[in-house]
Write a protein that binds this ligand. Sequence first.
Ligand SMILES: [Zn+2]
Length: 200
Amino acid sequence: MHCYQCSNNAMYQVDERNIPLCLDCHFKFSQVQQQRLENNERMINYLSDEMSFTTGLPPMGPRFPPRPKSLVVAGTKLNNISVNNSVVGTINTGSLGTVDQSISALVQIGDPGLAEAIKGLSEAILQSGDLTRNQRNELVESLSVIAKEAASPKKVRQNSVALALIERASKITALADDIADVCQKWWPILQAAFSAATGG
Ligand SMILES: [Zn+2]
């Protein structure tokens, strides 16, 4: 069975009409529902505040707690990368989770410069309007491999793999007008990290 929204295979059925949706489309659908729930919670909190204001009595009863700020992507909490909800459904969230975890690892092992470069690149890639959906996905996937290598001990880093991916990825971002400049600032930092290790 195909997704009602795109050409992927359906994995879920939603609504009383049992509309088939694929993983990505279902993810987007759930986010819209979450947003609606959150708005309702805010409205209920507001109404109870308004009631206590009107009656002059102190606020009574439980309130909905504020929602956690960091975004949860495919079961992974993103601690470093800020990403707009609207692009989340269109990217490989597993790869994005890997990038985010590698950034945490780099900060822990004391390489904040590399962590910052990878964070800067991922946020630029995620927000670019000039990249196609496929390009964005390819870049996030490449970045997840590069970030994982960067967070590995120097002795076991696969430098040539990382350098090849960086070269290809930097060519793609150079053609995306809205992020070309900012990415040009970050790629050389990664390149240097992997080149220094090979002594080249
Ligand atoms: Zn779909």
